[in-house]
Design a protein around this ligand. Structure first.
Ligand code: EPU
Length: 356
């Protein structure tokens, strides 16, 4: 456990917002997390626990103030290993601090498919279950086996299976505050230390996503390998999503909203071109990027916060390293977009990254 005071966070959040942390603790093992939970850094003078902010790759985070007053826990637990082999799956375990994309590459190097559609998603393994990351037709929950976490209140380690994680669209038990009276919700309380994934031995390609089908047709290859799909996903993402190392961003800034079939009919009557996807439960998901573009925001800038030219769902840092966008500017732009979309379509867009 390594404790730092007044630490700059600009390089630790992919948006590149220049905030700092009062206190930052680097955690490199499960024992480190347990030691922190039982330490004075967490248990304050009146046995008050301090608020914590768990930081993985900082790729799904908007720092809205200049200083983060919570204790920032920088997760740096390393390691990737095969921990079990069943008749149908390879069970691979990775430490919370491993970069997600490195895990995807490692599994493909072993010859095990399953994660290729989620290539190049920024962030760490420990952050992946929090928002149930997903892309091109596959979500983390489709490959999830179990995870280990530490309860900061007790310092005890525990294990959760998929059902206990309560995964939803960009959602899990880790995004919700504990309910009064001790209901579900582990935000600010559980720190994920290890994640295990089940990779199918009978691998089948997941090619339902339109852009993947286009790539497949263009390549003339009808039975792509996992590595081939990995290459296509990387190419699609590089063309559409800004590289945070070049242009600060936090991926999709809003969730794709869901409406009822009736609401959707109503909107289609007014906006016949609206991009929408029927869901298995009868509801309809709308493409937030389309709604934002339709309101004229694509490529626009407000202060030093901008809307990406290639993908209106992504907000970007138009400032420089020395003169970076502030969290306040990002939120002002986000609210202006929400207002436009609400006034035109009657739909409230919900931010997707964690706002601190
Ligand atoms: N669209 C527009 N204008 C835009 C952006 C999109 O008209 O500016 C339309 C596209 O033409 C397309 C539809 O909206 O018909 C959907 O766009 P896209 O395929 O780019 O996907 P998305 O719904 O915008 C979601 C995820 C991404 C994920 C992709 C691919 C969310 C919030 N976002 O984006 O995840 O990579 O699908 O699966 O669900 C993330 O969560 O940070 C993220 C990048």
């Amino acid at each position: 456990m390594l404790v730092e005071k007044n630490t700059p966070l600009q390089d630790l959040n992919t948006f590149g917002i220049a905030a700092s942390a009062d206190l930052l603790v680097r955690l490199r093992s499960v024992q480190d997390v347990q030691d922190f939970a039982r330490s004075d850094w967490y248990q304050g003078p009146q046995a008050q626990t301090r608020p914590v902010l768990v930081l993985g790759g900082g790729s799904n985070l908007i720092l809205s103030g200049d200083v983060v007053h919570a204790v920032v826990l920088k997760m740096e637990i390393p390691g990737i290993a095969l921990v079990e082999e069943t008749a149908r799956h390879w069970i691979v375990q990775a430490g919370a601090g491993v970069r997600w994309h490195d895990l995807v590459v490692w599994t493909l190097q072993q010859g095990w498919g399953g994660l290729e559609n989620m290539a190049l998603i920024p962030g760490t393994v420990g952050a992946a279950p929090v928002q149930n990351i997903g892309a091109y037709g596959v979500e983390l929950q489709d490959r999830f086996h179990s995870l280990d976490a530490v309860d900061l209140h007790t310092g005890e380690a525990f294990t959760l299976d998929a059902a206990q994680c309560a995964f939803g669209y960009r959602d899990s038990v880790f995004k919700h505050a504990p309910a009064q009276g001790g209901g579900l919700g582990l935000a600010g309380r559980a720190v994920i230390t290890q994640v295990r994934l089940a990779l199918p031995k009978q691998w089948r390609p997941e090619l339902g996503y339109l852009e993947l089908q286009r790539r497949m047709q263009a390549s003339g290859c009808s039975q792509p390998s996992a590595q081939q799909i990995f290459d296509w996903v990387c190419a699609i993402r590089r063309a559409k999503l800004p590289d945070p190392a070049v242009l600060g961003n936090a991926g999709s800034f809003f969730k794709n909203p869901t409406v009822t079939e009736e609401q959707c009919r109503d909107i289609i009557a007014r906006e016949p071109r609206i991009v929408h996807y029927p869901m298995p439960d009868g509801s309809v998901k709308l493409a937030a990027g389309w709604l934002i573009e339709a309101c004229g925001w694509k490529g626009k800038t407000l202060g030093r916060a901008g809307v990406y030219e290639q993908q209106a769902l992504v907000l970007v840092n138009r400032g420089t390293r020395e003169d970076s966008v502030t969290g306040g500017e990002v939120m002002t732009l986000a609210r202006a977009i929400q207002t436009s979309v609400y006034e035109r379509f009657g739909i409230r867009l919900e931010p997707e990254p964690v706002l601190v």
